[in-house]
Write a protein that binds this ligand. Structure first.
Ligand SMILES: C[S@@+](CC[C@H](N)C(=O)[O-])C[C@H]1O[C@@H](n2cnc3c(N)ncnc32)[C@H](O)[C@@H]1O
Length: 320
């Protein structure tokens, strides 16, 4: 694809290695673990990169619950962490279901919550899941492939107005209306089925310079809509608050500004949802001491070793 740097490996489902280089790992471990015999949740298990580091740090009487909405991730972790079975539990589910998940294990309080938001290297590199605009694959984009609508459904059934809204609200894309209009025109000819077909539409509307950013924003918007990601994050953050012990830590790595904004608001104690306007704060509901006065980013050497870490933004706070 012209102008687009190849950073994705086009593996098929069978070939793709289940490996995810944990981002900001030293900072994650040092902010997260406060009691080596505590109860912790990694609600974005992925390839288990961070969980492995936490398990290595924790005593044998500690508990780590690893949650992922992608069944492949939890199945992989069950095998990978067999040796830690006494202190590790893998659960297939969504972060927003955290109350139900913990209560099913009779857990009333936790010492820490870790979130490494977004998609794993395994998901990105599995071409047929459609997470990358660089591969020619079906427009799927579901994290949990057993359920829900796909990006193909959205692109072919949402109205022009609805498409423009998600591109603008979830992708902060200024060309949202033009792209939505062109999609609706194009789908009268035939159903848009692949990432290549969608990328062609975007390419026809964007100059060479800046095209990569537009593609990323449109893919992000579709991914958020398919997986209901912002609503899931908001509900999870709200529900987990009562489960955090005083002194419990919440450590979150985001890769784009919308989720980071939600986390920032939450740590300030207000409704994480910024969609009623950035000025809207509402009543103070949560009490945190912020541990990262400035957002933590990976340094040059980490980015060189792992280019996917480039946009990572880590924030941490402690429940008062
Ligand atoms: C960036 S990866 C995590 C990588 C992991 N920290 C590691 O080092 O291997 C994000 C993972 O979180 C999962 N995920 C994202 N949002 C989720 C949610 N709301 N509930 C449960 N899992 C989620 C994705 O399916 C993906 O596997």
């Amino acid at each position: 694809m012209d102008g687009l740097k190849k950073t994705v490996n086009n593996y098929t489902q069978e070939e793709v290695p289940f490996f995810h280089e944990p981002v900001l790992w030293k900072e994650s471990v040092s902010f997260f673990i406060t009691d080596k015999s505590g109860v912790y949740v990694d609600a974005t298990l992925g390839g288990g990169g961070h969980s492995k580091l936490f398990l290595n740090e924790l005593n044998s009487d500690a508990v780590l619950i690893g949650i992922d909405r992608d069944k492949q991730a939890t199945e992989h972790a069950k095998k990978r962490f067999k040796g830690f079975s006494g202190k590790f539990i893998a659960v297939n589910g969504r972060f927003s279901e955290i109350s139900e998940i913990l209560s099913s294990y009779d857990i009333e309080e936790i010492n820490g919550l870790f979130l490494d938001l977004g998609i794993s290297s395994h998901q990105l590199d599995t071409a047929e899941r459609g997470f990358s605009y660089l591969s020619d694959s079906p427009l799927d984009l579901r994290m949990d492939r057993s359920d829900g609508i796909t990006a193909e459904d959205i692109v072919n059934s949402y109205s022009e107005h609805e498409l423009a809204d998600i591109f603008y609200n979830y992708g902060e894309e200024r060309l949202s209306r033009r792209i939505a209009k062109r999609i609706v025109e194009r789908r009268t000819v035939s159903r848009i089925k692949t990432s290549k077909e969608l990328a062609e539409i975007i390419r026809s509307l964007t100059p060479y310079k800046g095209r990569v950013k537009v593609m990323s924003r449109i893919w992000q918007a579709l991914r958020f809509e398919v997986n209901n990601e912002l609503n899931d994050l908001r509900k999870g953050l709200e529900d987990v608050y009562t489960l955090l012990k005083p002194g419990a830590r919440v450590v979150v790595i985001s890769y784009e500004s919308l989720m980071d904004r939600m986390v920032k608001r939450y740590f300030k104690g207000v409704d994480p949802d910024f969609r009623r306007g950035s000025q809207y704060m509402g009543e103070k509901k949560y009490d945190f001491q912020i541990l990262t006065k400035k957002v933590v980013r990976p340094d040059e050497s980490e980015i060189k070793k792992n280019p996917r870490a480039k946009s990572a933004l880590l924030r941490a706070a402690e429940k008062v």
